[in-house]
Design a protein around this ligand. Structure first.
Ligand SMILES: Nc1ncnc2c1ncn2[C@@H]1O[C@H](COP(=O)(O)OP(=O)(O)O)[C@@H](O)[C@H]1O
Ligand SMILES: [Mg+2]
Length: 255
């Protein structure tokens, strides 16, 4: 099936509250087989929205369809890389076991699963550490392992929540290259990013949040100084690069 016609994710008027505190209100967007980046300050509901797309949280209002279905029914088509802060890093487990967790929840792991896990590790340049304890690897290597875990089952949609936080430049490049190969092969990507600039030229859609949906559209439609100010407050500068892309300069004090 082809999801190029804005039907890969369809969200209508999504809202969500934690114990009465609004985290998301009236979020409406749809994407096809594309690369969407979710941006917004700290606490603006980005992770909450990602969990709703994954079917880990149910919206309190509105509807969401992923691949035309309820999100929890299509989880085997989605590779998920959670926000780093939410991962137990010192759990005694080998790198390859972390990747295998992304493929199968079955107790029995066969040759085919092992091969997929090794392929995914190779894709991020870490096949040689397959047997090392996950907790002993560097922060950048751990993020590459978490990315390998997300892609190992060959998902049709990859969802990443701040994948580059605290990641060294070579690791970021490895993840980006693997991601671009996947996108060229037709995989859709949703990424929460603090800094959109390293990937901006490949982005199809930007969703700007501050609990409410501030804007949704093509990068050059959303990344204007006045729209960014609505989300981040203060003044945000935008620099146009030689190829005509609008790069927002958002300081580290913003989320
Ligand atoms: N489990 C939770 N219980 C209560 N409040 C939460 C919980 N998770 C997030 N929140 C609150 O919901 C809001 C949105 O959080 P989140 O989606 O994590 O934002 P972001 O990822 O943009 O930083 C924040 O105010 C946060 O404090
Ligand atoms: Mg978050």
């Amino acid at each position: 099936m082809h999801y190029g016609e804005d039907s890969l994710i369809e969200a209508q008027n999504i809202s969500f509250s934690y114990n009465g505190n609004v985290a998301l209100r009236n979020v409406t967007f749809s994407i096809g087989n594309e690369f969407m980046v979710i941006m917004g300050p700290n606490g603006s509901g980005k992770t909450t929205l990602v969990k709703i797309i994954m079917g880990l949280l149910k919206p309190h209002g509105g509807t969401i369809k992923v691949f035309g279905k309820s999100p929890e029914k299509v989880r085997d088509k989605i590779g998920y890389m959670p926000q780093k802060e939410n991962i137990a890093r010192h759990f005694p487990i080998r790198a390859i076991d972390v990747v295998l967790m992304g493929i199968s929840s079955k107790k029995f792991i066969g040759k085919e699963e092992i091969k997929k896990a090794r392929d995914a590790l190779r894709e991020v340049g870490l096949e040689h550490v397959w047997n090392k304890p996950f907790g002993r690897l560097s922060g950048g290597q751990q993020q590459r392992i978490m990315f390998a875990r997300a892609i190992a089952k060959e998902p049709s949609l990859i969802i990443m929540d701040e994948p580059f936080n605290g990641v060294d430049l070579p690791s970021r490049e490895k993840i980006m290259n693997a991601l671009r190969r996947r996108m060229r092969a037709g995989t859709a990507v949703v990424a929460v990013l603090h800094n959109i600039n390293p990937v901006l030229h490949y982005v199809n859609k930007v969703l700007l949040l501050n609990k409410e949906m501030i804007a949704f559209g093509k990068p050059n439609e959303v990344l204007t100084e006045s729209i960014l100010q609505k989300a981040y407050g203060g003044s945000v500068s935008v620099v146009v690069c030689e190829e005509g892309y609008w790069h927002p300069l958002i300081g580290d004090t913003h989320g």
